[in-house]
Design a protein around this ligand. Structure first.
Ligand code: TRP
Length: 345
């Protein structure tokens, strides 16, 4: 009961902290009527997606749903030119150059490295960004409040402290947390700074473990064994793509893993409290609709956040390491493997 209250309090606190910085509404029906859309012209939306993993896929789906709801119907008056960089930085640059040549009406960039590549070469087309940890920190906008240029969109600012509190609840013997992330993602470096501050507040020690490419992930994960009692992974694209390799090692060594995003729980993480990328994508789509209809200029739109947080756990991953999940988590959360969860990534 005590732990239940703790998690409930953590979730509430996270929701409040996030809403304090929220600038816009989170999802919901659009007020834009279909009759006003596109006026017979077919709109092209170029999409630069960094890699395929549940969170980024959900963001794109949510974005497209918002356009559909506003009367931009795929194949009728909107065409999506979806480019996926397969997690490769070099491909991001190629995609950015391709989109610069094709000159779509609007660009959606998903994931920090993809957005950075696109924003660098394209300055005359509106670029909406989504699932970006901190657009200003990634130098995508002059400031999150006043972007100024041709880029705006949504941040998936992670409730890092609440997630580390959850790890503490999960692993009562937790002394040292292992931070596992990619050395080349600015989004991860920033979250690790937040995680260090949170550990200091929570009285936890930490050790950092970084990989620079997929080939290193398993070995780096292995090197944590014996040094830490729990693992924290931020919303790191390299780790998200390699979650199954990570959790093969952590499960075998009975190390609980709290990742930054719900989709990473689906892929083998133990549990987390995270945001809904479908909704974040939808919110970004609503911003795009305003731009497409000439109602707003990207540079004038502040970066928006999302305040809904959900608790998710992976019963199978917990069982594999003989971990009994606290009731606080199973009662308040949803099993990420249940089909009802499939739209919540
Ligand atoms: N926030 C990440 C970025 O800025 C992208 C991201 C969103 C992500 N959700 C994720 C990465 C889940 C890994 C796992 O690039």
């Amino acid at each position: 009961m005590k732990m239940k209250q703790k998690i409930a309090a953590a979730v509430l606190a996270a929701a409040m902290a996030m809403s304090a910085t929220a600038c816009g509404s989170a999802g919901g029906a659009s007020s834009v009527g279909a009759e006003n859309s596109a006026a017979g012209k077919t709109i092209t939306v170029g999409v630069a997606q960094l890699v395929t993993h549940p969170s980024l896929d959900a963001s794109l789906k949510g974005f497209q749903q918002a356009l559909t709801d506003a009367g931009y119907l795929e194949g009728q008056n909107v065409v999506y030119d979806v480019q996926n960089a397969q997690g490769e930085q070099a491909n991001c640059v190629t995609i950015a150059n391709t989109l610069a040549n094709k000159k779509p009406d609007l660009i959606l960039a998903i994931g920090t490295p993809a957005a950075q590549a696109v924003a660098k070469v394209i300055t005359d087309t509106p670029i909406l960004i989504t699932a970006i940890t901190d657009p200003a920190d990634a130098k995508l906008v002059a400031s999150n409040e006043k972007p100024g240029g041709n880029v705006s969109g949504t941040s998936d600012k992670t409730p890092v402290k609440e997630q580390l509190e959850m790890l503490k609840t999960l692993a009562p013997n937790l002394e040292t947390v292992g931070f596992l992330y990619s050395s080349s993602e600015t989004n991860s470096k920033l979250q690790i700074e937040w995680a260090k501050a949170a550990c200091d507040e929570l009285g936890l020690k930490y050790k950092e473990f970084t990989a620079s490419n997929s080939n290193e992930v398993q070995q780096v994960t292995q090197s944590m064994v014996g040094k830490v009692q729990g693992v924290y992974i931020p919303t790191d694209n390299l780790m998200a793509t390699n979650m199954k390799n990570v959790t093969a090692v952590t499960s075998a060594n009975k190390l609980p893993v709290v990742p930054g995003a719900i989709g990473m729980v689906t892929d083998g993480g133990t549990c987390t409290v995270g945001l809904n990328y479908d909704k974040l994508g939808y919110q970004t789509g609503q911003m795009a609709v305003k731009v497409l209809k000439g109602e707003a200029k990207v540079g004038d739109m502040p970066i928006e956040y999302q305040d809904q947080l959900d608790v998710f756990y992976n019963s199978e991953a917990a069982a594999k390491m003989g971990l009994v999940l606290p009731e606080s988590i199973t009662k308040n959360g949803q099993d990420a493997l249940a089909s009802a969860a499939s739209s919540q990534k």
